[in-house]
Design a protein around this ligand. Structure first.
Ligand SMILES: NC(=O)c1ccc[n+]([C@@H]2O[C@H](COP(=O)([O-])OP(=O)(O)OC[C@H]3O[C@@H](n4cnc5c(N)ncnc54)[C@H](O)[C@@H]3O)[C@@H](O)[C@H]2O)c1
Length: 329
């Protein structure tokens, strides 16, 4: 009998593609389900799967229940890692209806189809944005879900609906809440990606209000590892886990780490928002205890691999000639 496949929704995306790579390395059969919102498959393969052609992709949309149902049936799916979403906060603010449809209804469609097919495991990637402004730090999983924006709210709704499928139907569901993910493959203008690109293009890095905002930056391989650990753990059923880099840094410290590797980088400080969403460190002790999760990458180590990817893959694909010397140890 042939081995059943793991379905990775959003598997052509930034975090999803790392999960796919990790599963393939572990010998799993993987099917990607993605609507290629960000770009075409050729470009995404070059950027996110530069070393392999072995990916099996089903083009489809999680907001279409019949589409989801047919993919689960066609591939005899027994396990699902669900990452597909509208993920960039400015896009979510601009398109709240799309965001609700994809993030909340799309997750519901996957859960409902999984219930019908008696799925063996469902792992949903949630976010620390569900906590909103942190009431305390490090924030553990008991922190109130008090999302500030439409992105966080649609993800919080899906986070709770996912757990309700465990509580109501005993479906083996786990939820991973991660935060400020960075690393090879990010194409959205989040702070780490935007700073590296500016530094390579010879533009200054701007620290609004001094760059004192704090983030628990999570390297994409650590985030993917947390998801895969949950996929394979029965003890994780019905539980939510924080996964992060386990250390918070200010945006200014992030800029200084980039300057360490690209020494000619200029940093300028402007007036402006002193504080945006109040965030801090996530408490990952539950993931450590139950999943055996350990953070492998601190910000400096993760940045080394990220900047290397920018130089080796991103710049050549987009025809960017780095204007600054890069020194990676
Ligand atoms: N990037 C972060 O810092 C971060 C932090 C916490 C949680 N997350 C969560 O991780 C997940 C992945 O985020 P990412 O940064 O890799 O985002 P991404 O945008 O790179 O990837 C999302 C993928 O989902 C696909 N997709 C979007 N809408 C779809 C639809 N309707 N049907 C099928 N596929 C669709 C996109 O084409 C894309 O490939 C999201 O659920 C996000 O909420 C991300």
């Amino acid at each position: 009998m042939s081995k059943s496949a793991v379905l990775v929704t959003g598997g052509m995306g930034f975090i999803g593609s790392q999960i796919v790579r990790m599963l393939l390395n572990q010998g799993e059969k993987v099917v990607i389900f993605d609507n290629l919102r960000q770009s075409d498959v050729g470009l995404l393969k070059k950027l996110r799967f530069p070393e392999t052609n072995e990916i099996n992709t089903e083009l489809g949309d999680i907001t279409d229940f019949a589409n989801v149902f047919n993919v689960l049936k066609k591939h005899d799916i027994k396990k699902i890692i669900h990452t597909a979403a509208i993920t960039f906060i400015p896009t979510a603010i601009e398109k709240p209806s799309l965001t609700f449809n994809v993030n909340t209804i799309g997750t519901f469609n996957l859960l409902e189809a999984s219930r019908i097919f008696d799925i063996e495991k469902f792992v949903y990637i949630s976010t620390a944005s569900t906590y909103g402004d942190f009431h305390y730090t490090p924030a553990d999983e008991k922190h109130p879900l008090d999302a500030k924006d439409i992105y966080g709210a649609t993800k919080a709704a899906a986070d709770r609906i996912a757990i309700s499928y465990y509580r109501t139907y005993k479906m083996p569901v786990s939820v991973i809440r991660t935060t400020s993910v960075y690393g090879p493959g990010d194409l959205e203008n989040r702070v780490a990606k935007s700073f590296i690109e500016k530094a390579l293009r010879g533009k200054p890095l701007t620290l609004e209000g001094g760059g004192e905002q704090r983030r628990d930056f999570t390297y994409v391989k650590d985030a993917a590892k947390g998801m895969v650990l949950a996929l394979n753990s029965e003890k994780a059923n019905g539980e939510a886990f924080n996964i992060s880099g386990n250390q918070d840094y200010s945006i200014k410290e992030l800029a200084m780490i980039i300057k360490h590797f690209i020494p000619e980088t200029e940093i300028e400080i402007t007036e402006g928002r002193k504080v945006d969403a109040k965030k801090g460190k996530l408490d990952t002790s539950k993931a450590k205890k139950i999943l055996g999760y350990e953070t492998e990458y601190d910000l400096k180590r993760g940045m080394t691999e990220t900047i290397r990817w920018f130089v080796d893959v991103y710049c050549p694909v987009f025809g960017i000639e780095p204007k600054r010397e890069v020194i990676l140890e």
